[in-house]
Unconditional design. Structure first.
Ligand SMILES: *Cc1c(COP(=O)(O)O)cnc(C)c1O
Length: 365
């Protein structure tokens, strides 16, 4: 069996440090907002080069809180790609705003700036580029559109921890998730908001903690969505390894590209010019995807689909009034995409077996 991710191997690398950290927290009982939380926030801000980091309960909350920090007009539109994990759209609705979906580009499956411009209207107040699969959406174009139309930019950086882009405009607000399977994963729920301005960071922090900065004085209606201290311990230990782990993911992606170069029918993923990819997911495209997926599973290869149904075809978003055919690139990709096992501890031997299994399944179609 070739697992899709290997959280056990990652844990083995940090086990000692995590155990020591947990002992420290258990000894001082600072379970909520303990010193490890502030330390992680500083370390993650330094890692990303964004001045402020606010730990929150999970990635979905991070998107909602970043949107709420900007106090956007109630019910106004927020542009986001149709092909994303549902949480991006969910957070928009929960923030009292309206998802405005746009199609992606066929080469990278990232938000298409021209499609985003076409759906931006008078009552659109923000845009959420999603850094899908581990590479950044085209941020210069997104910022050009945002500047021209007065939109707030909130990046969904849940899949792009450590990713870079040449010449990208500075981060205004970015939300990330430390769900266990992400490149930087906690041992439960966790997330963060990154902010360039102290005002945005303060607004997010206020919201995470019952709208309160001074105990029992509540400036605004808030939430309880703080980064757990035990999760901060895990994240501090793993953050030290993240750059190296991302390097291993890049090596694995190169190896897949070489192994799959002459497997007929496979379209391997591309890195957009200027991007440094961190390969959260390695997503190929194949004909008759469901049969290929079944064949791989039979061969003991744990492949998955991210994501089989775009947002506009989800029952929960029926109220947006879309139907099949509205976002053709996202829909066509939805029927072709297949995520192969990808993680820092994947071995060359395992990758060879994945490529062989894929070749065999495709030949039998
Ligand atoms: C994981 C993820 C989220 C949500 O994060 P949670 O921590 O699971 O709430 C949002 N957007 C994208 C693109 C994700 O991959």
């Amino acid at each position: 069996m070739i697992p899709f991710v290997d959280l056990r191997a990652a844990h083995a690398e940090v086990a000692e440090e995590v155990a020591e950290g947990f002992d420290r927290v258990l000894a001082n009982t600072a379970f909520v907002q303990g010193p490890d939380v502030a330390a992680f926030e500083q370390e993650y801000a330094a890692f990303t080069g964004v001045p402020h980091c606010v730990g929150v309960g999970n990635g979905t909350d991070a998107i909602e809180l970043a949107l709420r920090a900007r106090d956007l007009p109630a019910g106004s539109g927020v542009v986001l790609p149709a092909n994303t994990f549902v949480a991006t759209a969910e957070a928009v609705v929960r923030a009292g705003l309206r998802p405005v979906l746009a199609d992606c580009d066929d080469d990278h499956l990232l938000l298409d700036p021209a499609a985003a411009a076409a759906v931006t209207g008078e009552d659109t107040s923000a845009i959420i580029p999603v850094h899908l699969y581990g590479q950044l959406a085209p941020m210069a174009a997104v910022h050009d559109l945002a500047a021209a139309r007065g939109l707030a930019v909130v990046e969904d950086a849940a899949q792009s921890q450590g990713a870079e882009q040449a010449g990208r405009p500075p981060v205004g607000l970015a939300a990330t998730s430390f769900y266990p399977g992400k490149n930087l994963g906690a041992y439960g729920e966790a997330g963060a908001v990154l902010a360039s301005s102290p005002e945005d960071a303060r607004a997010v922090r206020l919201l995470t903690s019952h709208g309160s900065e001074v105990k029992y004085r509540h400036e605004t209606l808030g939430f309880n969505s703080r980064l757990d201290t035990l999760q901060a311990v895990v994240l501090r230990a793993k953050l030290k390894r993240l750059a190296g782990w991302n390097e291993l993911r890049r090596a694995a992606a190169d190896r897949y590209a070489a192994l799959l170069s002459d497997v007929e029918g496979v379209r391997v993923p591309r890195t957009a010019p200027g991007n440094v990819h961190v390969w959260h997911l390695y997503v190929i495209r194949v004909p008759e995807r469901d049969r290929v997926l079944a064949g791989l599973q039979e061969a003991g290869v744990q492949a998955q689909i991210h994501y089989p149904v775009p947002v506009h075809l989800q029952p929960a978003f029926r109220h947006l009034g879309h139907g099949p055919g509205d976002f053709p690139v996202a829909e066509r990709a939805g029927g072709e995409i297949l995520s192969l096992p990808m993680h820092p501890h994947l071995t060359p031997g395992q990758q060879e077996r994945v490529a062989e299994a894929l070749d065999k399944v495709l030949r039998q179609l």
